[in-house]
Design a protein around this ligand. Structure first.
Ligand code: OAD
Length: 246
């Protein structure tokens, strides 16, 4: 069968020689599972809102019930989605290369459901609840408009990282360590607009890694990558695995 996209030979060689491969994924990886990306227009009831206006601590303080309705809608959407060929290919690649670190900005658990282990969740997890005041991971009565903390009685919030908030220290440290140490860095399905995640590719390149972008619409950072592969991750990543096996 003819290849569906062009994987450069030099990239295949770099992957075959790699000791540590680091992958950063963004919302585009879940697009083929039917999960809208962050910068896609929202649909239905939520079309009038920008995700950037809802995913903030200020929005939660102003109207916690609204934010919970949005996150419950997103939980439902994601719970009904299945991992796609891109998620599965990343789990497969981890079995082929000596070491692979997967960092995701996604909060949907689809990588884990595809079989990836040790996933670094840079922006938290959609299905976690966290006490707004204390920051602790806990769970409350999900039938309430706004669930409350069993310890302090304050409001619970979804356990994701919002705009203006710090990345969990362990996730940031492990990600920077992997990006600095890797031989090949793949940036997949991310607009590379949100820092510090977008800076990981720079860290990898500055430390000598081969850096690669996989995205159907190459980003404004495309020129900074050694290779830019224009295509959907659900097509390009399985093709990459096939090319490695040849
Ligand atoms: P974005 O929505 O900004 O970007 C998604 C990217 O995926 C775009 O560059 C698309 O071109 C690309 N894309 C679309 N379909 C694709 C496909 N099938 N295969 C591969 N790529 C595809 O999402 P992120 O970059 O993940 O943060 O956004 C980063 C962060 O900004 C999110 O984690 C979230 C958001 O606001 C927080 O909530 C803190």
């Amino acid at each position: 069968m003819a290849p569906k996209c062009d994987i450069p030979d030099a990239l295949i060689t770099a992957l075959r020689d790699a000791r540590l491969v680091c992958i950063l994924t963004g919302a585009g990886v879940s697009a083929e599972s039917g999960v809208p990306t962050f910068r896609d227009a929202q649909e239905g009831l939520w079309a009038q809102y920008e995700p950037q206006d809802l995913a903030t601590p200020e929005a939660f303080l102003a109207d916690p019930a609204l934010i919970w309705r949005w996150y419950r809608w997103r939980r439902q959407l994601v719970a009904g989605a299945e991992p796609n060929a891109g998620h599965l290919a990343i789990a497969e690649l981890a079995k082929i290369v000596p070491q692979l670190t997967l960092i995701t900005q996604n909060v949907d658990s689809l990588h884990q459901r595809a079989g990836s282990t040790g996933v670094i969740e840079f922006h938290g997890n959609l299905f976690d609840d966290r006490c707004f005041a204390e920051g602790t991971l806990t769970s409350g009565d999900d039938s309430l408009d706004v669930p409350t903390c069993p310890d302090c009685g304050g409001n619970l919030r979804p356990g994701v990282v919002w705009f203006g908030e710090a990345i969990p220290a362990a996730a940031l440290d492990e990600s920077c360590a992997a990006a600095s140490d890797c031989d090949v860095f793949l940036s997949v399905g991310t607009s590379s607009l949100v820092y510090p995640a977008a800076g990981l590719a720079d860290l990898a390149r500055d430390n000598g890694a081969t850096v690669v972008e996989i995205n159907p619409l190459p980003t404004t950072h495309a020129a900074d990558f050694d290779f830019t592969i224009a295509g959907n991750s659900g097509v390009v990543l399985p093709e990459l695995i096939d090319s490695l096996a040849l």
